[in-house]
Ligand binder design. Structure first.
Ligand SMILES: [Zn+2]
Length: 211
C-alpha cells in the first residue's frame, strides 16, 4: 500500500514553428495517505532537472553534428552533419558527401545510418537517436523509418525539402508501422547560419567568376 499520492503538473511553452518546447514549471502535490497532510513541492520529482539533462544532451549532440557540418563546408559540400547515438554512446558521425561520392543519396543521415548499422551489426537501429543540423528530407525520413530509429533531433527547419515538419510529417504518419519521436529547433540559429554562410559564399564565388 502506497503511503504517498503524487500528483504532478507541468506547464510547457511550445514553439510552434520548431516543435520545440521546454518545461517552465514543475509542481508536485504530495498527499500522505495516513496523515492526510498535503505537501507542495516545486521540484519534488526532479522533472525539471531531468529535462535540463535531456536538453543538454540534445544540444551536445547537435553541436557535434555542427562540427560535422563544418567539415562538409570545408569540403565544399552543403553543410549538414549528423550523429547517431544509443544512450550516451556515439555510434556514427557523418556529413554530406554528395559531391565527393557522386551520389545523390549521400546525405549526412544516410551515411550515418549505414555506419551505425555496420557498427552494431544490425540493420535495425532500435533504441537510437539521430541528431542532424537540418530537418531531414523525405528520402532520409524514409531511411530513418526503415532503420527503426527511435528519436530524431534536428536544428534548423528546411522549408524547401523538409519531410518532418515543413512539407510532410513522415515520421509521425500513422499509416506507417513505425513512428519516430521528433524534436526540432535545437541550436537552430547556428544550424541555419552555417547554411546561409555556405550559400552566401557560393553566390560571391559565382558572381566573381562572371566575365
Ligand atoms: Zn536527406
Amino acid at each position: 500500500m502506497s503511503q504517498f499520492i503524487f500528483v504532478s503538473f507541468r506547464s510547457e511553452a511550445r514553439n510552434l514553428d520548431s516543435n520545440n518546447f521546454k518545461v517552465l514549471r514543475s509542481l508536485t502535490f504530495v498527499r500522505n495517505d495516513k496523515t492526510g497532510i498535503f505537501g507542495l513541492f516545486t521540484r519534488m520529482s526532479n522533472m525539471m532537472d531531468m529535462d535540463m539533462v535531456d536538453m543538454d544532451m540534445d544540444e551536445k549532440f547537435i553541436l557535434l553534428a555542427l562540427e560535422e557540418a563544418e567539415l562538409a563546408f570545408s569540403e565544399d559540400e552543403v553543410p549538414v552533419g549528423a550523429v547517431i547515438t544509443r544512450g550516451e554512446e556515439i555510434l556514427a558521425k557523418s556529413h554530406n558527401r554528395l559531391v565527393s561520392m557522386n551520389d545523390p543519396s549521400a546525405h549526412a543521415e544516410i551515411l550515418a545510418i549505414r555506419r551505425a548499422a555496420e557498427k552494431i551489426g544490425n540493420y535495425r537501429l532500435t533504441g537510437t537517436s539521430l541528431y542532424v543540423t537540418l530537418e531531414p528530407c523525405i528520402m532520409c525520413a524514409g531511411a530513418i523509418i526503415q532503420a527503426r530509429v527511435e528519436r530524431v533531433v534536428f536544428g534548423a527547419a528546411d522549408p524547401k525539402m523538409g519531410g518532418i515538419v515543413s512539407l510532410y510529417n513522415i515520421l509521425n504518419d500513422k499509416r506507417l508501422n513505425h513512428n519516430v519521436a521528433v524534436r526540432g529547433g535545437v541550436r537552430k540559429e547556428a544550424c541555419a547560419e552555417i547554411m546561409s554562410r555556405f550559400f552566401r559564399q557560393k553566390r560571391i564565388v559565382s558572381t566573381a567568376s562572371l566575365p
